[in-house]
Design a protein around this ligand. Structure first.
Ligand code: RIB
Length: 315
């Protein structure tokens, strides 16, 4: 494997997360109130979680994003900088608020979220272009918590420079996959897969069917489904392979997908094979779900290596 820390460009959201724990029942009904035991505020947002994960896992991440003129924006940007994220591409937008995500944890460790886009709606293609022109990168990662035009243009701008792009396809929504022609990888979770393809990936046949739709529409090199406790499913245009998740106690799945995709991208940049990179990413995500919070729950490279050693010793 290569030794140099990969230089990663991450384009995406920055949020204040309010996470509610200890649900009394899990049904969302009109005119009814969900009741929880406690709540906590964290730094989050898919872009921020991914940039933090890249930094603590040992890469050199640059984040292109936007925060509002409120204290939350400044606090999160400072926390990211302290972790080693280059935040020179994070804009402070005067007349808007920093993004907010209310996350209601469910008894099974999954969550239901409600987001305010806020400043994330002001991430522009020009900001991405400026970051790409400022320095060389090994790979680009983006998600869907920002204007779709920025998503499509990020792909085009990266492609013009010969850079591989991964789309972490959350939050769940339908997008024009044909505007991502030639993308390296599309990686949705179960709900995002259904939103993008109309197929619920409940077993190997449906996972394969969904991946075929993704790969054909976007002419993508790979589709990689994140299936929570069921692990991951990779399709390379010819065949699909399942990768089981590690058996861990899930307390909060916030940022698990972000951690998985970032860990995967980093290991790909280091020259690891995809199956080994997916195993590493599954370990990183497993550690993430065993802790509370968004950005705060991301494991370090040492923790992931120790976890993988423990798993091998247990065999
Ligand atoms: O992927 C997890 C993230 O999604 C949370 O941190 C929350 O901010 C939402 O954007």
């Amino acid at each position: 494997m290569a030794n140099a820390a990969p230089k990663l460009l991450i384009v995406g959201s920055i949020n204040r997360d309010l996470i509610f724990y200890g649900p009394h029942g899990s049904q969302m009904k009109p005119n009814a109130c969900l009741v929880f035991d406690s709540w906590a505020a964290y730094h989050g947002g898919k872009g921020a979680n991914q940039a933090a994960a890249a930094a603590v896992l040992g890469a050199h991440p640059t984040l292109v994003g936007a925060v509002g003129s409120d204290p939350a924006g400044e606090e999160i940007a400072s926390a990211l900088k302290a972790l080693g994220v280059d935040v020179s591409g994070v804009a402070r937008v005067a007349d808007t608020q920093t993004g907010l995500s209310a996350i209601f944890t469910m008894p099974d460790g999954s969550y239901v979220g409600a987001n305010v886009l806020g400043a994330n709606g002001r991430i522009t293609p020009a900001m991405v272009e400026a970051a790409l022109d400022a320095q060389p990168f090994d790979m680009v990662l983006m998600q869907l918590e920002m204007p779709l035009e920025t998503v499509y243009r990020t792909h085009e701008l990266a492609r013009e420079r010969g850079l591989r792009v991964i789309l972490d396809a959350g939050p769940a929504q339908r997008i024009d996959l044909t505007r991502l022609k030639g993308i390296y990888m599309i990686s949705p979770n179960e709900a995002e897969t259904e939103a993008l393809t109309g197929v619920v990936p409940s077993d190997e046949d449906s996972a394969l069917k969904a991946c075929r739709i993704l790969v054909e529409a976007a002419q993508a090199r790979y589709a990689l489904l994140k299936l929570g406790g069921r692990g991951a499913y990779l399709y390379d245009g010819e065949r699909g392979i399942s990768f089981p998740a590690f058996n861990v106690q899930c307390v909060d799945s916030t940022a698990a997908g972000d951690t998985f995709t970032t860990a995967l991208m980093m290991r790909i940049c280091l020259g690891e094979t995809l199956p080994r990179a997916i195993r590493y990413a599954n370990a990183a995500a497993g550690l993430c779900v065993s802790r509370r919070g968004g950005l705060a729950s991301v494991p370090t490279a040492d923790e992931v290596s120790a976890f993988l050693r423990e798993q091998e010793d247990a065999l």
